[in-house]
Design a protein around this ligand. Sequence first.
Ligand code: ZN
Length: 284
Amino acid sequence: MIDIQSFIDRQLAAWPMAAANFDALGRVVVKPLTWGKVQFNPARIASTGAKVDAASLKKRACFLCEANRPAEQEGIEWKGPSGRDYTILVNPFPIFPRHLTIPDTEHVPQRIKGRIEDMCELAAELEGYTVFYNGPRCGASAPDHMHFQAGNTDFLCIFDTEVPFGVYRSFADTPFEAARDFKYIYDSLPVPEGEEEPMMNILCRRRQGGRYEMVVIPRKKHRPSFYGSEDGQMLISPASVDLAGVLITPVEKDFRAVNDEIAAKIYSELCYTKDELKDLRNKS
Ligand SMILES: [Zn+2]
């Protein structure tokens, strides 16, 4: 197992910007909802407001490529069972008290196919963490560079609660079994026109006792119909963490406005209902 806490401590001691953002997270305001909570997190503006269309991506230097990373940022090299190489990094714009970004060492597009076993092994290496994946149009702010993220599991509420929208849960004894379960789900989901994979968020942890628990959140839509910074709109761009029970907004008025009704509207626009998922599964 990787001693991730020492790594985080070393990075925060050497990197003032990241340390300041982790420190600010301690003062971030949170509001409970009936299911989950809302976090007002001004430092997330770059991610929530990220332009992820092809033209905008082409113009910016990829922040996950080693050549463009800040000088202070160090990484832990890690090879997955698929043979692919990753680098474990501290996320300098955290949502979690412990938040990591884990890019592929190569600049290849965000795709999950063939990487579920990597995801499971990472979850086994990172004790107490949930590893998650945001599809290229499901909250990833770098859809052009394959990456996972990880955060401390106790921050999320998706694993042990009844979720107000449709998800698939898989419990597996081995990464191989988890990948087999996942393939079944993946193949049952529609691939929207212009996309290369079904839209989804995935969260994976290793439970005490060793089983792998995976939650797949199939998605219908990228952002809510009221996404934006104009009057009457909200800057909320849901990804795995939001749909695992922590809705993030960098804007104070949006934080104040979000309530159970708005959360329900977000879930109903972006996710399938439980019945819809059952139908998809029966058809496949
Ligand atoms: Zn890159």
